[in-house]
Design a protein. Structure first.
Length: 368
């Protein structure tokens, strides 16, 4: 028997898709175009979120391998770029939502209550998979956490709640997997299991801090030369001294085992972005740059969401009882996963000021 040859509308399930925009009604016949638009846009968001979840899951699985081959990093970068593009697309969809006027939206808004975009289980799954910590979450404002907010009205666990709980158990997160990969990164050609690992790490950190302090002092001298009076000089001195202290604390978290581990991860980030021209660091650098761009995509998505809501309904209480725009603005400010990668931007220095590597040949391409 030969396989059936599909038509386009069968392959992408067009008829089923077009039957799903009725919301709470039996059909969409009695709905306004505004309400159908609202439903359709949110369905499209959920489809984009599905693709984001799949890509992030594949990306996490790649980094949780015990050995991540250099050639596999090109696949990682491809996945990162796709997720970044998807989030850019998601942010652009708010422009469609902004074609809703306040009056027309209010015409059907009460039908939504107490439903809320906060109940998008897929978006919560994405945040968890990336590595957003529970302690960093902003409460919805009704005394319940984000998981409890996903219960059905009768108190039972909803499908969204079950998916989120399952995601919380699915470890490691992307951030944890990437950090484990960074921890194994050879610094000055020496990995963490080498007998000289600690001494080589400390030597690199000390040389980098010295170089960075020299760069800060160059900037300080220029700033002081333009200062107007002793008070400005004192203010500038305090600021630049704080910068010097900041990198010391960043690269020397504490003397505990966890602190040493964090020190190596942070040093690896600086090592990769500083010596990015070395052949074997080219793809790792693309990964780190890509993760920053990916998270920036999420930040912009949240910022854009807040501005869309403010434009359409102002600063009234959200349908789910949240503080509305204030809640969304709060998530845009504080929901960060790759905080150390962002911090590294503060501590990078000019290429000419980089400490000279002892074993740069370790990072050359090898034959065989």
């Amino acid at each position: 028997m030969t396989a059936q040859k599909p038509n386009y509308w069968e392959y992408v399930r067009v008829e089923e898709l077009l039957s799903l925009q009725s919301g709470l009604e039996a059909s969409e016949e009695g709905l306004t175009n505004d309400e159908v638009l609202f439903i359709t846009v949110h369905q499209v968001y959920e489809l984009w979120f599905k693709l984001v979840r799949r890509e992030l899951g594949t990306l996490r699985d790649l980094f949780k391998r015990e050995v991540v081959a250099e050639q596999a990093l090109s696949d990682a970068v491809r996945a990162i770029r796709r997720v970044t593009t998807l989030m850019r697309q998601c942010a652009s969809h708010f422009e469609v939502m902004e074609t809703l006027s306040t009056r027309e939206y209010l015409g059907f808004r009460d039908k939504l209550m107490p439903a809320s975009g906060f109940q998008s289980g897929q978006l919560r799954q994405i945040e968890i998979l990336m590595g957003l910590l529970d302690e960093d979450r902003i409460p919805l404002g009704l005394g319940e956490d984000y998981v409890e907010a996903l219960r059905a009205h009768d108190g039972a666990a909803s499908s969204a709640m079950r998916r989120v709980l399952a995601q919380k158990e699915d470890r490691p997160t992307l951030a944890e997997a990437v950090e484990e990969w960074l921890y194994r990164t050879p610094i000055e050609g020496v990995g963490p299991d080498h007998a000289d690992a600690d001494s080589v790490l400390d030597r690199f950190v000390e040389s980098y801090v010295t170089a960075q302090h020299g760069e800060i002092e160059r900037s300080a001298e220029l700033a002081r030369s333009r200062a107007r009076g002793d008070d400005e000089v004192a203010t500038l001195n305090a600021r630049y001294e704080a910068e010097k202290q900041a990198i010391i604390e960043f690269l020397n978290p504490d003397g505990s085992q966890a602190g040493r581990r964090r020190k190596r991860i942070r040093a690896a980030m600086l090592f990769i972005v500083s010596y990015r021209e070395l052949p074997l660091l080219a793809w790792p650098r693309e990964v780190l740059d890509g993760l920053i761009e990916l998270e920036q995509g999420f930040v912009i998505f949240r910022q854009r969401h807040a501005r869309m809501v403010e434009r359409v309904i102002g600063r009234r209480t959200g349908t789910g009882g949240s503080t509305g725009v204030d809640y969304l603005d709060g998530t845009a400010r504080s929901y960060r996963v790759f905080r150390d990668l962002w911090a590294v931007r503060t501590y990078q220095i000019r290429k000419a000021a980089h400490p000279e590597l002892q074993r740069s040949e370790f990072y050359d391409f090898r034959n065989g």
